[in-house]
Design a protein around this ligand. Structure first.
Ligand SMILES: Cc1cc2nc3c(=O)[nH]c(=O)nc-3n(C[C@H](O)[C@H](O)[C@H](O)COP(=O)(O)OP(=O)(O)OC[C@H]3O[C@@H](n4cnc5c(N)ncnc54)[C@H](O)[C@@H]3O)c2cc1C
Length: 584
């Protein structure tokens, strides 16, 4: 029998941005919250201190801050006729682990998605007709509009001190910003990042081509900043150690230096580390979640934590797996198109161009995770798709994130004199620009439980079936050609473009933007949660984060993850706490 603890008001399964935002907002309203986090505690001023945090081998290559795949991983196959095999080392995506989750080692590119994204189905049909939607493509409206999310985007940007330049203030276009963005009520809380030399070239080239460049929004602080909760952050030094690292300057907004200290200061929040949740427990009616069961990874004990409200905040794979192993909802079957949990799994596609520019000293060692100049002209439905044979698009950017020596090895060899020669020849002359491209849902791309492989706790591994289908390669090819055009205009020689390859590979790193599986919507027959990420049938269970996104856009997801989470927190505090039950 597991040890049973006294009940609390709310439990968060996972303590990253989503668990942290909810903990801060709920505890301030007097709600007691326990955060169960499978990874270790991470204190920014100890764990991210200079010089040890700049160990590229430990953190950048050996993934020191990320999920331990010897305990839990997922299996992967491109299609249902293949046998899925376990991912035995991290590759395509780098999953968070420990207090702060992936928010400790993210880049900080913090976007609002386009209004089209939230109404993608109805806007597509209105402009192009039903026939424009590929066979087997499952795009659907989110049941939520950009306008409804706008105040919560603003709230996340203020909490995280985002630096940028507004392009549309209350419907009025602003010079220097993104003219395609949805209307904003106010300017970013901080000015944009400094522009790199590569950024200068991109700015001029794309402007000359008639596009609309602007500085990418950044959670790397552009000046010292104190957020509305009183949390202070330092200014970014452009050291180039953002993605895969904690920030030793305290200059990258993360849950650890924003929402978590805010929650802890209330005295109503407890984080329990090394606590791996293995199950959500239901009452006999099946309509109410009563507790979660976790394994204390230090003692090996099985412990039950009852709570009035249960929030799954364990990122896409964690959330979907917990629903499935707990028997909550029917698992999606792509053959019959029945079942919902695991449906609409999407990723982030990419396209780009590379070449060489000689005679310049780009100082590529310097940079910041979100330093970029971007164009949004070919994202969403900002351009006419008639006759193109694909929907949506992507954002194109020149980014200077800092070229660290091991990861940025430009040669064919990873060590020795071959590496040195290649590095000397190409480190400062090989240049690239790239596009983050939307990933739309297809019937075959889904998550379910693996029939063969199990984690160390005895649960089946999550199984991913994913490949590029329908119009996906056309979209990336189109964006690759624009990348080539811009890079050539920037003065590069030997320019080569790339879209996605024939098949998705789980081996090389691409991005940790994995969405879907427990998607939101108004109709319970095609969504797991309502647009507040509240379970349709179990009103005290909330499945929070990118698992709820019905598709992925041409921008990074965390701005939208923050916005939907603040919207949920607002509804809990203002309505649910007084009158528990369905929020809509
Ligand atoms: C290298 C990298 C770079 C990125 N850069 C960007 C960027 O520039 N812009 C952007 O928008 N996004 C970026 N992202 C994505 C961003 O980090 C995530 O969108 C965001 O952190 C998600 O927050 P979350 O709270 O949903 O999940 P997470 O941050 O993943 O937190 C979930 C937590 O749950 C815990 N957990 C999981 N399962 C269990 C369980 N069973 N029991 C207990 N605990 C559990 C995990 O250990 C983790 O700490 C990046 C991600 C990575 C890895």
């Amino acid at each position: 029998m597991p040890k049973k603890l006294p009940s609390v008001d709310a439990v968060m399964v996972g303590v990253g941005w989503t668990g942290g935002i909810l903990a801060a907002e709920l505890t301030r309203a007097g709600v007691s919250v326990v955060g169960l986090e499978r990874g270790p505690s991470r204190e920014a001023n100890v764990d991210f201190a200079f010089p040890h945090i700049r160990d590229e081998l430990k953190y950048g290559i050996r993934f020191g801050l990320m999920q331990d795949v010897s305990r839990d991983t997922l299996t992967f196959r491109n299609s249902a006729d293949q046998m899925a095999l376990p991912m035995r080392q991290l590759g395509s995506f780098l999953l968070g682990n420990g207090t702060g989750g992936a928010g400790t080692h993210w880049n900080g590119q913090t976007w609002r998605w386009t209004p089209y994204d939230f109404e993608i189905y109805s806007q597509t049909v209105k402009r192009y007709g039903q026939a424009a939607i590929d066979d087997g493509m499952l795009i659907q409206d989110w049941g939520l509009t950009y306008q409804e999310l706008e105040p919560f985007y603003d709230k996340f940007e203020r909490t995280a001190g985002i630096g940028g330049k507004a392009g549309n203030l209350q419907g009025k276009l602003q010079p220097g910003g993104n003219p395609f963005e949805g209307p904003r009520q106010s300017e970013y809380p901080n000015p944009p990042m400094k522009r790199s030399q590569l950024g200068d070239l991109f700015q001029n080239a794309s402007q000359n081509l008639g596009y609309h460049p602007f500085p990418g929004p950044s959670a790397n602080m552009t000046q010292a900043y104190t957020n509305p909760d009183g949390q202070s952050l330092g200014a970014c030094m452009y050291c180039g150690f953002c993605e895969r690292f904690g920030c030793d300057y305290n200059a990258k907004a993360s849950p650890n230096n924003t929402v978590l200290p805010t929650a802890l200061a209330t005295g109503k929040f407890e984080v329990r580390n090394n606590a791996n949740v293995v199950r959500v427990n239901m009452d006999s009616s099946g309509k109410r979640a009563v507790s979660v069961t976790y394994i204390d990874l230090i003692s090996g004990e099985e412990i039950e934590q009852p709570a009035e409200m249960i929030f799954l905040t364990s990122f896409t794979f964690g959330n979907v797996k917990l629903l499935m192993v707990s028997g909550i909802g029917d698992i999606y079957d792509p053959v019959t198109n029945k079942g919902i949990v695991g449906r609409n799994y999407t990723y982030q596609l990419s396209a780009g161009a590379g070449g060489t520019i000689t005679g310049k000293d780009f100082k590529v060692f310097a940079g910041a995770g979100a330093e970029s100049v971007v164009i949004d002209d070919f994202n969403g439905d900002h351009f006419d798709h008639t006759g193109l044979g694909f929907l949506h698009g992507g954002s194109i950017s020149a980014s200077s994130a800092g070229a660290r020596p091991i990861q940025s090895n430009p040669g064919g060899s990873a060590w020795g004199s071959a590496w040195k020669n290649a590095a000397a020849a190409a480190y400062n002359t090989s240049v690239g620009i790239g596009a983050q491209v939307a990933s739309l849902p297809f019937r075959e791309n889904h998550l379910d439980l693996d029939p063969t492989y199990r984690d160390v706790y005895g649960n089946p591994l999550l199984r991913m079936t994913f490949d590029y289908r329908g119009n996906e390669s056309k979209r990336t090819q189109y964006l690759a050609e624009i990348n080539v055009k811009i890079l050539t205009k920037m003065g590069a020689k030997n320019v080569v473009g790339r879209g996605v390859p024939d098949h998705y590979s789980i081996v090389p790193y691409q991005s940790t933007h994995t969405q879907g599986g427990a998607i939101m919507g108004l109709d319970p027959s095609s969504s797991v949660v309502n647009p507040y990420m509240q379970h349709h049938q179990i009103s005290n269970l909330f499945v929070v984060g990118a698992s709820s996104f019905p598709h992925n856009s041409g921008f990074n997801p965390t701005g939208t993850v923050g916005a939907v989470t603040y919207r949920l927190a607002d509804a809990i505090v203002k309505r649910y706490v007084k009158s528990p039950g369905p929020l809509m």
